[in-house]
Ligand binder design. Structure first.
Ligand SMILES: Nc1ncnc2c1ncn2[C@@H]1O[C@H](COP(=O)(O)OP(=O)(O)OP(=O)(O)O)[C@@H](O)[C@H]1O
Ligand SMILES: [Mg+2]
Length: 257
C-alpha cells in the first residue's frame, strides 16, 4: 500500500456457503477521499463492507486499514474504523442520550453529558435526548447512528446507505458532516443507490456487480469514458449523460432478484 492509502482491499472474496457474493474485489481509499461503492441490489456492497469491518471472514484477499492487516491485527485495524451499518438497531429501550453515553464509553471518548447534548443539538435532536431510541423515526435514528459512527473521530468511516430514508434537510446535513470528515484528512467509504449523490459528493467510485468490480474512476472520469458508448446514449433520458446512464448501461436494465 502507498502511504496515502487509508484502506487497501486486494483480491477480496466473500462466500456464504457455496455462494460467492464477492469475487476478487480490489480497490483502495486514500486519505481525504470520499469513495463510493455503487451497485445493484445484491451486488456485494454490504458484504464487502462487512469484511472490511471484520464482521465476515473473507475467503481470500487482504484488507489493510491504516497500515494494519485486518487478518493479523484485527484490533488495530478496527480501532481506525467508524461504522454505520445498513440497519442499525441500538438498544431501543435506552434514552437517546444514554445511547450516546454508552458508545462514548465503549470507544473511550471523554465526553460529558453537555458535550453529548451539544452533539445532539448539531443534528437537531436535542429535544429528543430523553426519548427512547426506539421511539425515534427511522431518519432520526439514522442521524444518531452516524454521530455514533464518528464519535471517536476515526480515520476511516464506513457508511452503508447512509442517506436512504433521510429527508432533504437531513441529507444535506449528513453530507456536510461527511465532507467535514474529508476536510480533516480522514476518509469515507460509503454505499449509495443515489447516482446524483455519488456524482456530486464522491471523489471516486467503484461500480460493483455480481460480486465483481466492473469500473473504478472519478464520477466525471467514468462519464467521460462512456459518454459516447451507444448503450449509454440509448438509456440516456435527460439530454446530457449522467452517472446513472453509465451505471444502467454497465449493469443492465434488469431488476435484480
Ligand atoms: N448472510 C447471508 N447469507 C447468505 N447470502 C447472503 C447473506 N448476506 C448476503 N447474501 C447474498 O450475498 C449477495 C450480496 O449481498 P449484499 O448484501 O452484499 O448486497 P448489496 O450490494 O449490499 O445489496 P443491497 O443494495 O440490496 O444492499 C446477495 O446475493 C445476497 O443474497
Ligand atoms: Mg447492502
Amino acid at each position: 500500500m502507498t502511504a496515502d492509502n487509508i484502506l487497501t482491499v486486494d483480491g477480496l472474496s466473500v462466500s456464504y456457503g457455496k455462494f460467492n457474493a464477492v469475487q476478487n474485489v480490489s480497490f483502495s481509499v486514500r486519505k481525504g477521499e470520499i469513495f463510493g461503492l455503487l451497485g445493484p441490489n445484491g451486488a456485494g456492497k454490504t458484504s464487502t463492507l462487512s469484511a472490511v469491518e471484520g464482521l465476515l471472514k473473507p475467503q481470500a484477499g487482504t484488507i489493510v486499514v491504516d497500515g494494519n492487516d485486518a487478518a493479523s491485527k484485527p484490533l488495530h485495524a478496527r480501532a481506525s474504523l467508524g461504522v454505520q451499518l445498513q440497519s442499525t438497531s441500538f438498544q431501543t429501550e435506552l434514552f437517546v442520550i444514554e445511547v450516546l453515553q454508552l458508545y462514548a464509553g465503549i470507544y473511550g471518548v471523554p465526553a460529558s453529558k453537555s458535550d453529548l447534548m451539544a452533539t445532539l443539538r448539531e443534528i437537531n435532536l436535542e429535544d429528543s435526548a430523553m426519548k427512547k431510541f426506539g421511539e425515534l423515526s427511522g431518519g432520526q435514528q439514522q442521524r444518531v447512528s452516524l454521530v455514533i459512527a464518528t464519535i471517536h473521530n476515526p480515520r476511516l468511516v464506513l457508511l452503508d446507505e447512509p442517506t436512504t430514508g433521510l429527508d432533504p434537510q437531513s441529507r444535506r446535513q449528513l453530507w456536510e458532516r461527511i465532507e467535514a470528515i474529508r476536510e480533516r484528512g480522514h476518509a469515507v467509504l460509503l454505499t449509495t443507490h443515489s447516482m446524483e449523490e455519488a456524482e456530486s459528493v464522491c471523489d471516486r467510485i467503484a461500480i460493483i456487480d455480481h460480486g465483481r468490480v466492473i469500473a473504478i474512476d472519478t464520477p466525471q472520469g467514468m462519464i467521460d469514458k462512456h459518454k459516447s458508448d451507444p448503450e449509454v446514449i440509448a438509456v440516456s433520458r435527460r439530454g446530457r449523460i449522467t452517472l446513472e446512464d453509465v451505471f444502467i448501461a454497465l449493469t443492465g436494465k434488469a431488476i435484480r432478484s
